[in-house]
Ligand binder design. Structure first.
Ligand code: FES
Ligand code: MG
Length: 597
């Protein structure tokens, strides 16, 4: 039986993609070879040739990837949904990406998982795919591949862990690590206390329960329209999580019949919605990198500057750590992404016609989803902060870098941004570290004489320098300063920082030092001026001096970069773009919507 799918837009009937493998009258010999091996685990010829959509389940869970591990269980409910809707499930592994386990950094593997998934989706008999997401880089990696291949795709987040608690207070994953490090440095806890405190933040399966990169990216996948409404925030172990797994499986089969593809959903309007939502949730500084990457693979124009233009003036509505106080359980109970979108819609900040995976628009999905807890998901009138988006800076140190203004503490604002003559401007003495190892080795060195008048710089931490771009820009002040009550120094760098960090660093600087950006010639002791009004960061050197230093560096062979340790590090370095460009593999961007070709 030849089954057809009806294209959502032109209404034309087309055969299922998998029939090229399993039911191809032009090549019966190959058909036999394809079906005999898929029959060897018990599938029948009838199943494979009855025109049922073959649905891939892109499995990111494994023992190596604990944040996503319970997808191994959720996949059972996904399969049941697929089967009930008349499809056949083919589950397959995705290269693991565990934020807390992969050395030198998990972000090295985002593009590797992307490449692997593109090959699987393109090269196997798959009509549609369920993308199991969770830990930070898994969500962008899978969305990027879905964009490139452009077969019907739906995101199923694994959901956050239950809230962490310690002695009556919420402990948020990731965020507590930064606090615990300060407490350790200040002598308030010992090593055992440190481990106990940090481990308390991870009480169940699931991804980080804070608004770190994982909750951010899964919220943005939903805001993009790529997951069922209300699904991103459901805690991993909540019964609704298994229920939505079933519904996701059922829905992807319908999407195949409707030929509803990523290109129908991830439009410019959808990305604009995601940027606005990112500000309202207090999302991670990794979001621009990942979303810009997805957009590039989708062929949708999106620039770093869009994040400020569209996102800066959106208020912070979601009261979650690190910008607020609550965690994942409260976020879900208060209504999750639909409640946030609903409030943004009331202020005309959402492109309501953007289509989503359930076949309805985001406006339709969120029309009646008001917040159910006004302290957790706030109204505009009671926002936690105005202007919660990112500012994009330039200057003679880099062409672009971003700063998350929603996490600037009162202490930081008072010390650096409140000069009545020059509000939002400060000058400082640069302290330059060559990557994270150098920072850890020297931060407490008394010879550096680090005080409140210093700006900490880290370089050699970008996509080429590290490689993969390290999450290191949020540098803790020396222990002596913390003991004196200085919790944040201004930090600038060409790397990234964890989405769970509450530091207002200037980060993702592009071009990075390893590509000859201005950071490469900065020296400890230089004066640097940060002017947030003008959106500039400049070392106070003449153009002549700066030019001489750049020529001098070039004569010495350029900025030193450590040797690659693995083949993939070398391959990626040969073709990766900068953080401002989404850190994509440049040759890959040319391949778009390849399932149609
Ligand atoms: Fe995996 Fe945070 S470490 S989600
Ligand atoms: Mg992270």
């Amino acid at each position: 039986m030849t089954a057809t799918v009806k294209a959502a837009h032109d209404g034309e009937e087309r055969p299922l993609r998998s029939q090229q493998w399993f039911d191809n009258p032009h090549n019966p010999g190959m058909t036999a070879l394809y079906i005999e091996r898929y029959m060897n685990w018990g599938l029948t010829r009838e199943e494979l040739q009855s025109g049922k959509p073959i649905i891939g389940i892109a499995q990111t869970g494994s023992d190596l990837a604990p944040c996503n591990r319970h997808h191994l269980l959720l996949a059972e409910r996904v399969r049941e949904g697929i089967r009930e809707a008349g499809g056949i499930a083919f589950e397959f592994p995705v290269h693991p990406i565990q934020e807390t386990g992969k050395r030198p950094t998990a972000s090295l593997d985002r593009n590797l998982a992307y490449l692997g998934l593109v090959e699987v989706l393109y090269g196997y008999p798959i009509d549609g795919v369920v993308l199991t997401t969770g830990c930070d880089k898994t969500t962008p990696a899978l969305l990027m591949a879905a964009a490139t291949v452009n077969i019907p795709s739906i995101v199923l987040s694994g959901g956050p862990m239950l809230n962490g608690w310690y002695r009556g207070a919420r402990t948020g994953s990731g965020t507590i690590v930064w606090q615990a490090r300060e407490m350790l440095a200040a002598g308030e806890i010992d090593e055992a206390g440190f481990v106990e405190l940090v481990a308390s933040s991870a009480p169940s399966p699931g991804h980080c329960n804070t608004m770190g990169t994982a909750s951010t990216m899964n919220s943005l996948a939903e805001a993009l329209g790529m997951s069922l409404p209300g699904s991103a925030a459901i805690p991993a172990v909540h019964r609704d999580r298994a229920r939505v797994a079933f519904l996701t499986g059922r829905r992807i089969v319908e999407m195949v019949h409707e030929d509803l593809k990523p290109s129908d959903i991830m439009t410019r309007e959808a990305f604009e919605n995601a940027i606005v939502v990112n500000s309202a949730i207090g999302g991670s500084t990794n979001a621009p990198i990942h979303l810009n990457a997805v957009a590039k693979h989708m062929g949708v124009p999106l620039e770093v500057q869009d994040w400020e233009t569209l996102g800066l003036t959106v208020p912070l509505l979601v009261n979650l750590q690190p910008a607020g106080v609550y965690l994942g359980e409260e976020y879900h109970r208060a209504g999750g992404v639909p409640a946030v979108v609903h409030e943004l819609m009331r202020h005309s900040l959402i492109k309501e016609d953007a289509l989503t995976v359930n076949g309805r628009t985001i406006g339709e999905n969120c029309a009646y989803s008001a917040s159910e807890d006004a302290d957790v998901i706030r109204s505009f009138d009671d926002a936690l902060l105005p202007d919660a988006g990112f500012v994009v800076l330039g200057g003679n140190l880099f062409d672009s870098a971003i700063m998350k203004t929603s996490v600037i503490s009162a202490e930081f604002r008072e010390r650096y941004l409140s000069d009545p003559q020059h509000p939002n401007c400060f000058e400082g003495r640069a302290i330059v570290f060559e990557g994270p190892e150098d920072y850890h080795a020297r931060i407490d060195d008394p010879d550096l004489a680090i005080d409140e008048g210093c700006i900490l710089f880290i370089r050699g931490a970008g996509p080429l320098g590290y490689p993969g771009a390290a999450e290191v820009v949020n540098m803790q002040p020396p222990a002596a300063l913390i003991k004196r009550g200085v919790h944040n120094l201004p930090c600038v760098g060409d790397g990234r920082q964890s989405g769970t960090s509450g530091s207002p660093s200037i980060l993702n600087a592009s071009p990075e030092a390893a590509l000859g950006g201005g950071l490469a010639v900065l020296r400890t002791g230089d004066r640097v001026r940060i002017d947030l009004n003008q959106r500039r960061a400049d070392v106070l050197l003449s153009d002549e001096e700066l030019g001489a230093r750049i020529r001098d560096l070039a004569a010495k062979g350029g900025f030193p970069v450590p040797a690659s340790q693995t083949p993939w590090q070398e391959i990626q370095r040969s073709m990766v773009d900068q953080l401002s460009e989404g850190m994509v593999l440049k040759p890959a961007v040319a391949y778009q919507r390849i399932a149609q070709s």
